[in-house]
Write a protein that binds this ligand. Structure first.
Ligand code: MN
Length: 203
């Protein structure tokens, strides 16, 4: 695709076995190497299709093409955020004071925030995500429940933390028991990274 920039699959910032037992090596390997890679390749293929059509002067079904690009690129971006906000349990940490205050101010307590976030993750219909985001207009944190990779996403809201609840994220480890995966997620949150994203979003 000429010299134009393409999406690339990022390496994980830890070993494939680093998140066990919350996420097993086999589960993490297939999720990153196969599923995430497929979104990277899918997004690049659409960019290439657009480029070729422009060079040839041919028409594309813009509605279908852009819908597909939103899905594939959304999948790539969300997975990239997801790997970054996970860490081995021993390095999980805690919300720093500014983030903790923002969460308490909005939800009443950290426990209440976790409860609402877990419920959003558990009840996402079909394939989707729970996300903690920062609304730059109201200066308030809020939870998004993203369907697929691209539905219910708020324009320009800064995403601080995501949890993938597609079946491909947990089925090897938890079968159909998504709530058990959601519970395990809390043991491997990289709070240092969530804190950094919060600082960047609010400065
Ligand atoms: Mn996934």
């Amino acid at each position: 695709m000429s010299e134009k920039r393409k999406y690339t699959l990022p390496d994980l910032p830890y070993g494939y076995d680093a998140l066990a037992p919350a996420i097993s090596e086999a589960q993490l390997r297939i999720h990153h190497d196969k599923h995430h890679a497929a979104y990277v390749n899918g997004a690049n293929a659409i960019l290439e299709r657009l480029e070729k059509a422009r060079e040839a002067g041919t028409d594309l079904d813009m509605k279908a093409t852009l819908k597909e690009l939103s899905f594939q690129a959304g999948g790539h971006l969300l997975h990239s955020l997801f790997w970054g906000n996970l860490a081995p349990a021993a390095k999980s940490g805690a919300p720093a004071s500014a983030l903790a205050e923002a969460l308490k101010g909005e939800f009443g307590s950290i426990e209440r925030f976790k409860k609402e976030f877990s419920a959003a993750a558990a009840t996402a219909e079909g394939s989707g995500w729970a996300a903690l985001a920062w609304c730059w207009m109201t200066k308030r944190p809020l939870i998004m429940q993203i369907e697929k990779h691209n539905v219910n996403v708020y324009p320009m809201f800064r995403i601080l933390m995501v949890l993938d609840v597609w079946e491909h994220a947990y089925y090897l480890d938890y079968k159909n028991e998504r709530p058990r995966f959601v519970e395990a997620f809390w043991s491997i949150v990289n709070w240092d990274e969530v804190n950094r994203r919060f600082e960047a979003a609010t400065k």
